[in-house]
Design a protein around this ligand. Structure first.
Ligand code: GDP
Ligand code: MG
Length: 201
């Protein structure tokens, strides 16, 4: 007898971007609802947060917060292969960080062999509106430069908790969609499905 796919219950997300753009701040805002003005460079940290998918169905979100730079290309390759979904962060006050995020986007597409990868490009620090620290990168510019079948563009402030959970919600929706596409393409090939089709990753 053909079995229904089991709901996936672990989703992994990798957060990438230049140093200092607010990757850790976004993750800690989302996972712990905390923010610090202090800059403490990250090596690599894994966070987990239980999430509610729909009535009666929950899952665990695993978020890998990275340093933003890789000394060894092999480590970077491994990280890109590990992630099933990506948050690429730049700072709206730093155009070079957008270039870096777009370079990473291209590297992800090359590592995955497709542009069909759940991804959100995040312009963080959108609270900076005046003085020497104010925004330089407009939403329109980032939108023109970003590409990819599934790349959503969002602006956030980890500091003031603006749109942070929206980024993760949008990403979860993309993961769910990608997953349902895999299941339906397997179905249409007439393959017999079993529990391993939806194995916990
Ligand atoms: P990471 O290196 O990308 O992980 O960056 P961090 O999360 O460590 O943040 C770097 C610095 O930017 C820290 O001093 C944070 O307090 C600050 N920061 C992070 N997010 C925001 C934000 O949304 N607005 C403002 N104004 N500062 C932020
Ligand atoms: Mg960090």
């Amino acid at each position: 007898m053909d079995t229904l796919p089991l709901p996936r219950n672990i989703f992994n997300v990798v957060v990438l971007g230049a140093g200092g753009v607010g990757k850790t701040s976004l993750v800690t805002r989302f996972v712990k609802n905390e923010f610090s003005d202090h800059y403490n460079p990250t090596v690599e940290d894994l966070y987990e947060k239980p999430i509610h998918l729909r009535r009666g169905v929950s899952a665990m979100l695993q978020v890998l917060d990275t340093a933003g730079s890789y000394q060894f290309p092999a480590m970077k390759r491994l990280t890109l292969q590990y992630g099933e979904a990506f948050i690429l962060v730049y700072s709206v006050k730093d155009p070079a960080s957008l270039d870096e995020a777009l370079k990473l986007q291209q590297e992800i597409y090359e590592a995955k062999g497709t542009e069909d990868v759940p991804m959100v490009l995040v312009g963080n620090k959108c609270d900076l509106t005046s003085g020497t620290d104010k925004r330089i990168v407009s939403h329109a510019i980032a939108s023109t430069l970003s590409r990819g079948k599934n790349c959503i563009l969002a602006e956030t402030s980890a500091k003031y908790d603006m749109n942070v959970s929206g980024v993760f919600t949008a990403l979860m929706a993309q993961i769910a969609l990608a997953h349902s596409n895999v299941v339906s393409s397997k179905k249409s090939k007439g393959k017999k499905r079993n529990a391993t089709d939806c194995a916990v990753s």
